[in-house]
Write a protein that binds this ligand. Structure first.
Ligand SMILES: Cc1cc2nc3c(=O)[nH]c(=O)nc-3n(C[C@H](O)[C@H](O)[C@H](O)COP(=O)(O)OP(=O)(O)OC[C@H]3O[C@@H](n4cnc5c(N)ncnc54)[C@H](O)[C@@H]3O)c2cc1C
Ligand code: SF4
Length: 495
């Protein structure tokens, strides 16, 4: 059983009083025990939608920050896609200067409460951390993300954040398509420069995948709302239920509505399917649809939501990424008795974050490795009643560097399921490309952009995030939004 939040806090308080006033050398700092993240008990959390990780206490964050060696070469910064001054913000956190700490982060990253929760730190900053290297174990690295989360939450909850200053109005008007992290960061940076910014969101709620994809139990929606409210306070207008390409085309925005430049952050929201028999039966969902029903339409709030909850008992989730984990863990919370992740390779090759896999296991999600779906079957009413799977073995490495699954003939077997969730990835939304002349895309439908500026092949239009990178990460989307905003600002200043 995990230690409780109170127990972890008490241990940290004790340590803090022992360490107070001492000058520690690097070896002594590295010996300070890593602070465990308190979490809701698995048996409890699987029955609610609230956040699993409860966050460090004040004492825990200070003890964890003291583990940092303040390396002169700052290797962790090289692992951060937006080059946050990590040692500097950790040094302030160790002293309890949380407002200053978050100010340092915000010079490079606009969404620390979000990134502290969802960034894959173990393959970014924490992978390069000297403490992890000393122990030859990335899990022993300084918990950079947890410290980031704490200081950002602290600043938000104690109203320590300042709404950024806005420069004098320039009279230039910018359209931002989408309201995901790429668009949020582009909009904030453009507005700061004094441009008028209007965001257009196809859905009735803003926030992109942060709201409709990543579940509440990993990223509370109130945090995303807070960031969107900050934008509104800065003077950004957000128009919801507005599908660019249908309601208005990009050319309408530029030629008729007076926008001087456009940023497209329309994401990768087009679910991929496998093309196997039975994918149209009742009870087969894309992970996108399944998660949207739960996150955005609150299907789990039985009696309150207009979206009906699909009555699942035995659920198969195809895929091994974060999206598959989110879908499986959501299915458990929606009441399914048995949820199984079906993955073609082994756990080693699974792209999901280790922490998410561990949480899923703790919550009772089962894993069927080295199995691939062949077809989905249904009863006479067209409702899913089973899946045919074939056993695989690992073959040679493929282009991704992972060993590819090889099906073993004759190993086909039927399994009973009433729900199938397909979580094998997403492609770019094709609508804007299809309705805009001059935008070039690669064979996957991702916009082609200048790597330095994020400008598309159409003059006056920039793009960033998943629409350019394919399904990627929040921090990369945010980085591209900022890069594009910088180039857009130069363009607008010269016009
Ligand atoms: C379930 C799930 C879990 C994930 N977990 C993580 C994680 O733990 N960590 C991590 O770093 N990344 C994670 N990701 C990936 C991450 O969320 C994305 O890389 C990121 O959100 C991309 O940001 P974006 O701004 O490019 O687009 P999005 O967040 O996709 O936002 C695009 C927005 O544009 C809107 N839109 C699209 N077309 C139009 C149009 N024509 N007109 C108007 N609006 C339009 C969409 O409705 C959407 O709101 C996850 C993704 C999913 C699906
Ligand atoms: S590499 Fe690790 S120990 Fe060194 S400064 Fe960065 S966080 Fe601190």
């Amino acid at each position: 059983m995990h230690a409780t939040q109170e127990e972890l806090d008490k241990q940290a308080q004790q340590l803090l009083s022992e360490l107070a006033g001492k000058t520690l050398n690097a070896r002594e700092r590295a010996q300070i025990p890593l602070q465990e993240m308190p979490t809701q008990e698995s048996a409890v959390r699987v029955k609610n939608m609230q956040e699993v990780a409860l966050g460090y206490s004040d004492s825990q964050v200070r003890v964890e920050a003291m583990r940092c060696l303040q390396c002169k070469t700052k290797p962790c910064i090289a692992g951060c896609p937006v080059a946050i001054d990590i040692p500097a913000f950790i040094a302030e956190a160790a002293e309890g200067n949380y407002a200053k700490s978050v100010e340092i982060i915000k010079e490079s990253s606009l969404l620390p409460s979000i990134c502290g929760r969802v960034c894959p730190q173990e393959s970014q900053c924490q992978l390069y951390c000297t403490v992890g290297k000393m122990f030859k174990d990335v899990d022993k690295s300084v918990s950079i993300g947890r410290i980031e989360r704490f200081v950002a939450d602290y600043a938000r909850e104690h109203n320590l954040e300042k709404v950024p200053a806005i420069k004098a109005e320039t009279g230039k008007k910018v359209a931002v398509v989408g309201t995901g992290p790429a668009s949020i960061s582009a909009a904030a940076d453009l507005r700061r420069e004094g441009h008028q910014v209007v965001m257009f969101e196809a859905l009735h709620k803003a926030g992109g995948v942060l709201v409709y994809g990543i579940p509440e139990f990993r990223l509370p929606k109130k945090i995303v709302e807070h960031e969107l409210n900050n934008l509104v306070e800065m003077g950004v207008e957000i128009k919801r239920n507005y599908l660019v390409g249908k309601t208005r085309k990009i050319s309408d925005l530029m030629d008729r509505d007076g926008f001087d430049a456009v940023f497209v952050g329309s994401g990768a929201g087009l679910p991929k399917f496998m093309g196997i028999e039975g994918e149209n039966y009742i009870g087969v969902f894309s992970a996108n649809e399944y998660l949207t029903r739960s996150n955005l339409m609150k299907a789990y709030a039985v009696g309150e939501a207009l979206t009906p909850l699909f009555d699942s008992h035995k659920v198969a989730v195809f895929g091994g990424g974060n999206v598959a984990m989110d879908a499986a863990r959501t299915a458990k919370r929606l009441g399914a008795e048995q949820v199984t992740i079906v993955y073609r390779r082994t756990e080693v090759e699974m792209p999901a974050r280790k922490e998410e896999v561990e949480h899923a296991k703790e919550e009772g999600v089962e894993f069927l490795f080295l199995h691939a779906p062949l077809k989905i079957t249904a009863n006479e009413k067209g409702r899913v009643n089973g899946v045919e799977l074939i056993t695989c073995k690992l073959g040679e490495a493929d282009a991704s560097g992972r060993r590819s699954p090889v099906e073993i003939p004759g190993s086909e077997q039927m399994y009973e399921y009433d729900t199938v969730i397909v979580a094998i990835g997403n492609d770019s939304n094709p609508l804007i490309k299809a309705t805009t002349d001059g935008i070039e895309v690669n064979r996957r439908g991702n916009f082609l952009v200048n790597e330095e500026t994020c400008e598309t092949t159409l003059k006056g239009v920039w793009a960033g995030g998943d629409i350019v990178l394919g399904a990627a990460t929040v921090i990369l989307a945010m980085g591209q939004g900022r890069k594009a905003a910088k180039a857009m600002n130069s363009y607008l200043s010269e016009r």
